[in-house]
Design a protein around this ligand. Structure first.
Ligand SMILES: *Cc1c(COP(=O)(O)O)cnc(C)c1O
Length: 474
């Protein structure tokens, strides 16, 4: 045939049979080929048939799988122990991921489906002898790399990334709780999760016991009286930043065969490793800190291999698949996760202390403060820091508090949290306005409550702004 192709032959990933031939093939004389030659890019032209055989043999010898499934961090970094900062940058993104043109960054693989060269290759794939993907709803290399990074940061066996945090939570509940099952959750809870538990799960005969985050007696009673399949709580919670005692809960639940799932969105894996504290599953609204820039929606679930596999099967049916571009934005965001979160921890702690001493503030809710009801628990299980969100009550009514919100200049008035821009919200107005005073009282949402998500602005700038806004309340 006489056609030539360039291929970075040192790269075993591209050496996987099929991948190279179908994706990296560049015919000598083609515009891309000329471009690479003109810029003196390294790949040497070699005969396709020759590399094909050579690299196929190498790939088969190594039993190499390019989708990263078999890669663990010890392989990625050799014997060198590395810190969390390093894992945030490199986790999941060194060896074991597909590389194109020796690109430093993880490629966005924009495809809905994957091809097979012939029936033999397809059967090899079905039998796990050929690592590839089949269809976009079941997996994508960009997304898989994202899952690897989270898996490594959480110290989990596997991870599943999906389109939104709500999708991760609802898919997890549908997959892990049997029809007619019972779950235990806590009072202070993301509103849509509560709505799903109260209105959708009962259609499958699934009931729930709702306890205060500190009510271990309530949990014990529920475990004794019901066949509990799952305990599910945020920690810290939204908006009062309550923390549940994860090791204690895990111990109680394990004795009764119930799984423990922690929504660690507010904590991030930098501040809290829910799995090593005893949780079976950890979920994130990756929209918040993991992605970190208020520009993308995503969800993640990590934990034991068999639990993640069960959720993945359900996910493959429900189809809350993340777009590969969104997965890439998340990967990019996570490279700075450690530095962002450390800075946000510091800013939040600093502001919480100053607000607590301010005459116009009635109360500050921050787990890093000794005044917080769960401070001891938070100290024990959040060694990295207490997170970048603070809640506080202004010494004013609904409208006085609204005046404060309207007077700040730096933070945006917006829901969400965890991004580089500071955000401020009055939960009564932004999340619970349609509920009326009685429901709000039932959920413990006070009219003078503010939730503040620290961004990366200078702490003195934020503080000056908050002080002038508090003065404007009058
Ligand atoms: C935002 C949030 C969710 C929902 O996540 P989405 O990405 O918005 O779907 C779930 N739990 C917590 C604690 C959240 O903050």
């Amino acid at each position: 045939m006489g056609s030539f192709a360039w291929a970075p032959v040192q790269n075993k990933v591209l050496g996987c049979r099929g991948y190279k031939e179908r994706h990296v093939y560049r015919v000598a004389g083609s515009p891309q080929y000329q471009f690479h030659r003109a810029h003196n890019w390294q790949p040497t032209p070699v005969r396709v048939s020759a590399i094909s055989e050579e690299l196929t043999a190498a790939a088969e010898e190594d039993n190499f799988r390019f989708n990263g499934v078999q890669i663990d961090s010890s392989q990625v970094y050799g014997d060198i122990p590395v810190s969390q900062e390093t894992l945030s940058v490199h986790g999941g993104e060194r060896e074991g991921r597909p590389r194109v043109s020796d690109s430093l960054t993880t490629p966005i693989v924009q495809t809905a489906t994957y091809t097979f060269k012939n029936t033999a290759e397809l059967i090899a794939y079905q039998e796990g002898r050929y690592g590839s993907y089949e269809y976009g709803r079941y997996g994508n290399p960009t997304t898989r790399t994202c899952e690897e990074k989270i898996r490594i940061l959480e110290g989990a066996e596997d991870c599943l990334v999906s389109a939104t945090g709500m999708n991760s939570a609802t898919t997890m509940l549908l997959a892990l709780v049997p029809a007619g099952g019972h779950i235990v959750t806590t009072t202070d809870c993301y509103r849509r999760t509560r709505q799903f538990i109260q209105t959708v799960l009962p259609k499958m005969g699934i009931s729930a016991t709702v306890i205060d985050p500190a009510d271990m007696h309530g949990l014990e009673q529920a475990l004794k009286k019901q066949r509990v399949s799952l305990f599910f709580s945020e920690s810290p919670t939204n908006p009062y930043l309550r923390c549940v005692d994860i090791p204690r809960i895990a111990e109680l639940c394990r004795a009764h065969g119930a799984l423990v799932c922690i929504d660690s969105t507010f904590a991030t894996p930098i501040n809290q490793k829910a799995i090593s504290l005893g949780a079976d599953i950890v979920i994130h609204s990756a929209t918040k800190y993991l992605a970190g820039h208020n520009d993308v929606m995503a969800g993640a679930l990590a934990g034991r291999a068999e639990s993640v596999a069960a959720v993945r099967s359900m996910h493959n049916v429900l189809g809350g698949t993340i777009d590969p571009h969104a997965a890439y934005l998340m990967l990019r965001g996570m490279k700075t996760l450690d530095v962002r979160v450390q800075r946000q921890n510091q800013t939040a702690m600093d502001l919480a202390q100053r607000l607590e001493d301010h005459p116009r503030i009635a109360r500050v809710h921050y787990p890093g403060l000794p005044s917080h009801s769960d401070h001891a628990i938070a100290k024990a299980q959040m060694p990295g820091g207490f997170g970048g969100v603070i809640s506080f009550e202004v010494d004013a009514d609904l409208w006085g508090t609204a005046k404060f919100v309207d007077s700040v200049r730096l933070p945006y008035i917006a829901p969400s949290l965890g991004g580089v821009d500071s955000l401020i919200e009055q939960p009564t107005v932004i999340s619970y306005w349609d509920q009326g005073p009685e429901k709000r009282a039932e959920y413990g949402i006070k009219d003078n409550l503010i939730r503040f998500s620290c961004g990366l602005e200078g702490v003195e700038d934020i503080w000056r702004d908050l002080v002038q806004a508090l003065e404007a309340v009058g």
